[in-house]
Structures are given as C-alpha cells and as structure tokens.
Design a protein around this ligand. Structure first.
Ligand code: NOJ
Length: 531
C-alpha cells in the first residue's frame, strides 16, 4: 500500500504552520505502524506555491520552507530503515513562471530560442485573441498574453494556472534536462517517481483547436482525440524514463497520474516498456453503486491483463473531495479537480461507506493508494472561510468553484484543539482545522479498537499476512452486493443494498467495517475466511 503524503498538510516540524520534510520524518514510525509499504510525497521543490508546489522553480532542490536536501536524504534513510519506500513527485508538464527558463523566455522576446522550451504563439484576431480554444484545468482559457516592454505581445500556453507555463517536450533541451532530474532523484536513493499530469506532456503539432464549447470545463476523462491531452507521442517520454530507471539497481517504480478516457487508454501508460503502474481514476470517480464499481473493477483488470501491469485502487487524493463526504451524498461519484458543487452530505452514512470501501479497496488484486487522513475517516472541510482558500481554482473560476483546499486541511494528530499536534502549540496551520476534529486525532483513534484507524491497521496487517491469490472470483450474492474470493484464504463481501445480507455459510469473520453478526448491515463490508 502506498500512502500519499500531502507534504504541506502532514506535519510541521519548524513551526511555520506549513508541513515539511522534518515533520514527515518525525512521523515515520506512525506510518510504519499503520502498515505502509511506500510513501508518495507531493512536491518539496523550490516554488512560489501558486499551485501548492506543483509550480516548480527548480526540480533538483528543496524549498527552504520544506527543508533541505540533507533532510530529504535523512528521510529516505529513516524510511528505508523502517522498511518504507519513498516515491517523489515529478512535475514535468510545466514549470513555475519563476523558473529560470521561463524568465529567460520572457526577457528574450518573440522569436528568441529561449522561447522554444515553452509554447509561445502569436494571438489570433490581430493578436488580441488566444492562439486556439484550449482550456485550463482550473477554469478559463489555457493562454495568457505576455506584456513586453513595448506592450502586449505573444501568448503562452498553460493547461493549469498561468503561473505554470507548459513545457514543449519536442525541445531536446527539455527532454535532456529531465533525464538529469530523474537521475538526480534516483541517485539519491528514492524508490520511485510519480509522474504529474502525464497525459498533458505531448500536444498535437500546430496546436489545432480542440472544439471546446464556450465556457467548457476540463473533462479529461471524457476526451478522445483531444489535441492537448493523451496524445500518442506522450509515450515516448515514458519509454525514455523507463530506460533510465531500468539501469538502476533495486526495484524503482514509476507511477503516472493519468486521467484518461477509460481503461484501454490507461493501459497504454503501463505497456512493458513504459511506466510500471498508473492511478486508477475510474475507481476513484465511481459512485457508491455495486454495478458501477464492479464495471470499473472488471474493466480495469481486463484492460491491464494484456500489458501485464498490476492494477491500482485509489479512493481519495489532494485533488478530490474526501470520500467520506462524497459517499455521504446522493451523487457520490467524484467531480473534477474541485469543481464540486454537490449538496451537503450525510457524514454518518459517508463514514460507514468509506470504511466498507476501505475493505473493498484493500481486498482487490494489485496496489492500493491511501491519501493521508483517509485512515482517520476525515471528511472534506466544506466551510473553510473564503479568505482562507488558496487553490487557484477559486480565483480562476470567478469564485464559483471552491477548489481543493477542503481535502488539504492539516492532519489532526493529538490534543483537544487546533493545531492538534500538526504544529507546535500556538502555531496557526496554513488552513484552519475544524474544532470537531478533536475526536478524530490519530492519538484518540489509536486507543479505540472500533476507530477507523484501527480498522485500517487491522486490514493492512491481514493483507500482508493472508496468502491471497489471483485472480479475483466473483460470487453472486445479489445485484447490490459485491462479493469475491481471492483464493481460499480471503472472501470479501460488501453490502451496497438497503437490506441486511445473511452471512450464514459464507465463512468465518476475519474483519468487519461494522459489527457483523449473522447478517451484514447495509453500507458495511466484511472479510471472511471461506468455510
Ligand atoms: C495534478 C496534481 O495532483 C495537482 O495537484 C496539480 O494541480 C496538477 N497536477 C498540476 O500540476
């Protein structure tokens, strides 16, 4: 199981209200005790933080707010000593607007070679309109016009925020420099690399219009044949990186963030000479519905089998509404990148389902990714004051979409009041924590055998111990029940119906998300040792 550390919100070691590498290092024993195999740590690079560090100004250093390279080395050494691997986040589709390359490109002016590492183009309509109709993931057009010494001039492309100009991967200099970055981190002993925004890294030459209707929002999971997403040439980059990774000793893992149209397109990212694994967003986006979930599970396994890559399962991340909240809503599928205007949730129902979903996720064949705080059953914080919001989505959407800050609120570790051990007492965390999180701290849950933390610890321990087998074999317990065996050692039953499901004859209870007796209550799951 890989645990996602959203660094800004995990643990603050230096008392500035922002999570950092020393803070993370100090909490490694918690992660080892939880049963984590590896960490994926979100960007720690020097950054103006226009997008929480996904706007990188130097890919081969650490932002002083997060620590130093020596802190990273110490983190990796300590993690390895505890049997935990470390995966770094590589943001290669774009840089920060403060990256020396982009500054040089702006200073050099139209037509200069410094501009060829990015996409600078003349505007249409005599220069006043963007070069094409492409849109930004955070809302609005994907182009911003440069104002030079002589007034407005060319436009540059940014599929994310204007502070994140897209790199042109047809530039040999760009590709060579990222080879050096990949080697830099692998040389330091990290075990893997998460590839940010993987499908964005190639564009159709000539940058033709995509045909987006006016006011369209980013819908990459629906796009087919889009000139700025999932373009075939993107796979050349991954083949290149795989060749680099394969030259290192040990198991070095590449995992991509690729939100694309369906499992067949996704499987292309994990062909034998490309990346090893990829996040499964179809699973994350699925509603709490047995048919929909089974379709995703079957579709994923069927699409990945021919390329021989393991599946991954993920319920939440720093980009999506936390699934306790999602599953408490009538419309329980995930929305895109914080464009989430769904009505309020029934959080008790959401937590019941989230606990059941944990047992489902951890029983499926392949790897599981867990987002920090998921093991504490944290809900989305939906009432952050507007002045606290920092996600660029809030501004870019003209204050119509609140963005992703609600899933990024710093973790509650201990104590009765903010900062709940996230930072030293008296320090204000970068996003406010709800007072109601006092009952959800890791410390409070550690002592309670019925807590969500205890459920995750028990499930992760069993998952390591049980001799599970491939493939998964479905059992038919009714249309609204997901039931399957992983060989003779593990049977998983998830009740998504409104009625109790009798358990008689199905096996001995190993672990339940509720309190399974003779029947399995709605919205709960159980692991059984088949009779
Ligand atoms: C995906 C990251 O997970 C997200 O947080 C970021 O905003 C975009 N990529 C752009 O880098």
């Amino acid at each position: 199981m890989v645990y996602e550390v959203y660094l800004r919100s995990f643990a603050d070691g230096n008392g500035d209200g922002l999570g950092d590498v020393p803070g993370l290092r100090s909490r490694l024993p918690y992660l080892a005790d939880l049963g984590v195999d590896a960490l994926w740590v979100t960007p720690w690079y020097p950054s103006p933080m226009a997008d929480g560090g996904y706007d990188v100004a130097d890919h081969r250093d650490v932002d002083p707010r997060f620590g130093t390279l020596a802190d990273v080395d110490a983190l990796v050494a300590d993690a390895h000593a505890l049997g935990v691997r470390v995966v770094v986040d590589l943001v290669a589709n774009h840089t920060s607007a403060e990256h020396p390359w982009f500054r040089a490109a702006l200073a050099a002016g139209p037509g200069a070679p410094e501009r060829s590492r990015y996409f600078f183009r003349d505007g249409r309509a005599g220069g006043s309109a963007p070069p094409n109709d492409w849109i930004s993931a955070f809302g609005g057009p994907a182009w911003t016009r440069v104002t030079g010494p002589g007034g407005p001039e060319q436009w540059y492309l940014h599929l994310f925020a204007p502070e994140q100009p897209d790199l042109d991967w047809t530039s040999p200099e760009v590709a060579d420099d990222f080879d050096a970055t990949v080697r830099f981190w692998l040389d330091r002993g990290v075990d893997g690399i998460r590839v940010d925004a993987a499908p964005a890294m190639a564009k159709v030459p000539g940058l033709p219009d995509a045909g987006h209707p006016p006011g369209a929002s980013f819908a990459s999971s629906e796009w087919v044949g889009n000139p700025h997403w999932d373009v075939d040439e993107v796979h050349e980059v991954f083949r290149r990186w795989r060749r680099i990774g394969d030259a290192y000793d040990g198991d070095r893992l590449f995992v991509s963030e690729a939100v694309v149209n369906g499992p067949e397109r996704l499987a292309r990212y994990v062909r034998p000479d490309e990346l090893h694994t990829t996040f499964n967003f179809d699973y994350l986006k699925a509603p709490w519905d047995a048919g929909a979930l089974r379709t995703v599970v079957d579709g994923t396994l069927a699409a990945l089998a021919p390329v021989g890559a393991p599946a991954t399962w993920v319920l939440s991340s720093h980009d999506e509404t936390r699934h306790v909240t999602r599953f408490g809503r009538e419309r329980s599928g995930a929305a895109v990148m914080g464009f989430d205007d769904a009505p309020p949730a029934d959080l008790a129902r959401g937590l019941r389902r989230a606990r059941a979903a944990a047992l489902l996720t951890l029983a499926l064949p392949g790897g599981a990714y867990l987002y920090q705080g998921e093991e504490l059953g944290l809900p989305e914080v939906e009432d952050l004051p507007a002045e606290a919001l920092q996600d660029p989505t809030w501004e870019r959407s003209g204050h119509t979409a609140r963005g992703r800050d609600g899933c990024r609120v710093p973790l509650p570790w201990s104590g009765d009041a903010p900062p709940f051990g996230f930072a030293p007492d008296g320090v204000t965390p970068w996003l406010p924590q709800p007072a109601s999180w006092a009952s959800l701290t890791a410390e409070a849950q550690r002592a309670d055998p019925a807590s969500t933390l205890s459920l995750y610890r028990a499930a992760l321990r069993l998952r390591r111990e049980l001799p599970v087998e491939e493939p998964l074999t479905w059992l038919d317990l009714g249309a609204d029940v997901l039931a399957f065996d992983r060989g003779p050692a593990l049977r998983c039953v998830v009740n998504l119906s409104a009625r109790p499901v009798p358990l008689a004859g199905l096996g001995r209870v190993l672990l339940g998300s509720g309190t399974p007796g003779e029947a399995l209550a709605p919205d709960t799951a159980v692991w059984l040792a088949p009779a």
